[in-house]
Structures are given as structure tokens and as C-alpha cells.
Design a protein around this ligand. Structure first.
Ligand code: NAP
Length: 282
């Protein structure tokens, strides 16, 4: 049955090709007659680089070669069997991709579940950051401002806890911050850091800090972005000024609710107004 169907399909295709060949041939004859008349009576084609009939023959030869290629190469080698093999290959590739995606989604879900279950065990994963009016947080791998009260608060909140950071933030410090477990995230498997634990993903960082009841994620921009979906709390210092920057804190969506705010004003030691704001996930 399938064989008959294929033969029928093949015959249909050949008939179509023949029809197209005849059509192009008639087109060539009619076109040539028209061109001959146009040339004889109106001088059409006199300005061409070649005689009109040479151009017509070239066009016809091109169409003819196209037909020959179609019949003897395209249809012989790129036939139904070839199409079937290609389709199978593409489908197999898609299947592989789907399995990979499913694994990734499963891994992310497990990660979220495990962070949710940590909160049940009273672990509060906290992001701590200082961001200016437009979410600026750094430039040229440095902080942009100096607010001594903010540094004091950072030290007071994070002392005794794990602080998780990207490799660039770690390298912006002169050395590991004292009285805290410094955890540095990098993709470089050979990276070493003095007085710090080196890990290769945020998941791994949270895994090794699971005994800490409040591990702090201290930046920078890349790590904040990844940590937003797993953090339970944000301690944000909002600096009331515009700065030139190359690194930014991510935009907070409506799932984050402000639960506390303390507004502070500029003085001898502080060049800008700033606010300490605490957010929790609603
Ligand atoms: N205002 C604030 O509160 C604050 C706080 C912290 C930092 N900052 C500022 O932020 C800037 C630094 O931030 P940044 O975004 O450029 O860099 P970053 O987040 O500190 O570090 C980025 C690096 O972390 C590693 N990394 C990121 N995602 C990873 C993953 N999924 N798996 C493994 N490794 C991963 C990579 O290290 P490798 O390249 O080694 O693979 C990447 O280059 C500086 O200007 C700093 O002063 C500001």
C-alpha cells in the first residue's frame, strides 16, 4: 500500500515537472517572438551588451539546467527516504533538548523547594546591598560612595554569618572580611582565595552555608540577580543620589514588601541622604 502510494506520488511529481518544463519552453518561444518583434520594430535590445537572442538562450539554458538538476539530483538524492531520515534526526535532537530542559527545570524546582524548606527550618537567606536612585551599585569594580553608617550596619548585620559573593566582589576587597565565613562563587575550577571558601554556583554556596540561620548574599550585580528568586529577605540601603555606574541592583517585583524603613540625612560624615529599608517576600 505504502509502496503504491510512493509510486503514485513520484508519478505526480514527474508529471508536474514535465508540465513546468513545457510551460517554460512555451514561455521561451512566446518571449522570443515578442523580443524579436520588439527588436525589429522598436530597436529594443540594441543597447544590451549581447544580442537579444543570446540573452534569451541563456535564460532558457538556465531554466533547462534547473530542471535537469531538479530531476536527476534533487529528486534522486533528496527523496522521501532522505526526508524521513532528516526528520528522524531533527526529532531525536528535539527529544534530547526536551530531556535536558526537563532536567534543568527539575533541578531549579528542587533548589527552590530546598530553600523554601530551609525557611521552615528558620533559615533566612538575606540579600544585603546599597543601591542609589537608579539601582546603581558599583563602577570599575568599586563602590561609588562612602557612607560610614552603612558600612557599620553591614558589619553589624553580617558579623558571625556566612557572606556569599561573586568573584569580582571578592576581588574588590583588599582581603577576606574578618569574623565572617567568606564564600566566593566562580566558574573557574582552579580559583583559590585566601581565607575564603570557593564554590562554583549559588546553589553550592547555599548548600555549604545551610547550618547558618542567616547567610548573607552580599553581591555584586550578577549574584544579586540570581539570588532574588531564592532569598527571603533584603536589607537595602537606598542612597538618594544619581551616580554614573556600570553595575546595577535588579528591579524588585511586587512580591517584595517593604516592612521597615529608617530615613537618614546627610551630615559631616555622609554626603547624601539615605534610607535603610527591609523587604520581605509577601
Ligand atoms: N553597592 C553594593 O551593595 C555592592 C555590593 C557588592 C558589590 N558591589 C559592586 O558590584 C560590582 C561587582 O559586581 P559584578 O556583577 O560585576 O560581579 P559579581 O557578581 O561580584 O561577580 C561576578 C562573577 O561571579 C561568578 N559567577 C556569577 N554567576 C555565577 C554562577 N552562576 N556560577 C559560577 N560563578 C558565577 C563569575 O566569576 P568568574 O568570572 O570567576 O567565573 C562572575 O564573573 C563591583 O563594582 C562592586 O563594587 C556593590
Amino acid at each position: 500500500m505504502q509502496n503504491q502510494h510512493e509510486q503514485y506520488e513520484n508519478a505526480r511529481k514527474r508529471t508536474k515537472q514535465k508540465k513546468r518544463l513545457y510551460f517554460h519552453f512555451f514561455l521561451f518561444i512566446i518571449g522570443s517572438v515578442f523580443l524579436a518583434i520588439a527588436n525589429k520594430f522598436f530597436g529594443f535590445g540594441d543597447q544590451f551588451i549581447a544580442d537579444w537572442y543570446i540573452i534569451a538562450i541563456l535564460i532558457w539554458s538556465f531554466l533547462f539546467i534547473m530542471h535537469v538538476v531538479n530531476v536527476y539530483i534533487t529528486n534522486r538524492f533528496f527523496n522521501k527516504e532522505w526526508e524521513r531520515i532528516q526528520t528522524d534526526k531533527i526529532l531525536a535532537k528535539h527529544d534530547k533538548k526536551i530531556v535536558k530542559l526537563e532536567k534543568k527545570v527539575l533541578k531549579e524546582e528542587r533548589f527552590k523547594e530546598s530553600t523554601a524548606s530551609r525557611q521552615k527550618k528558620n533559615q533566612v537567606i538575606t540579600i544585603i546591598a546599597a543601591a542609589a536612585k537608579n539601582n546603581e551599585i558599583g563602577k570599575d569594580n568599586k563602590l561609588i560612595w562612602h557612607l560610614s553608617n552603612d558600612l557599620k550596619r553591614f558589619k553589624q548585620l553580617t558579623s558571625g554569618h556566612a557572606i556569599i559573593m561573586g568573584r569580582k566582589t571578592f576581588e574588590s576587597f583588599p582581603k577576606a572580611l574578618p569574623n565572617r565565613t567568606n564564600v566566593v562563587i566562580t566558574r573557574d575550577l582552579n580559583y583559590t582565595a585566601e581565607n575564603a571558601v570557593v564554590v562554583h554556583s549559588l546553589q553550592e554556596a547555599l548548600e555549604i552555608t545551610k547550618e547558618d540561620n542567616q547567610p548573607f548574599i552580599i553581591g555584586g550585580g550578577e549574584i544579586y540577580k540570581q539570588a532574588l528568586s531564592v532569598a527571603h529577605k533584603i536589607e537595602l540601603t537606598r542612597v538618594d543620589h544619581d551616580f554614573e555606574a556600570d553595575t546595577f541592583f535588579p528591579e524588585l517585583n511586587s512580591s517584595w514588601k517593604e516592612i521597615m524603613r529608617e530615613d537618614c540625612f546627610k551630615d559631616d560624615k555622609h554626603d547624601y541622604n539615605y534610607s535603610f529599608i527591609t523587604y520581605e517576600r509577601a
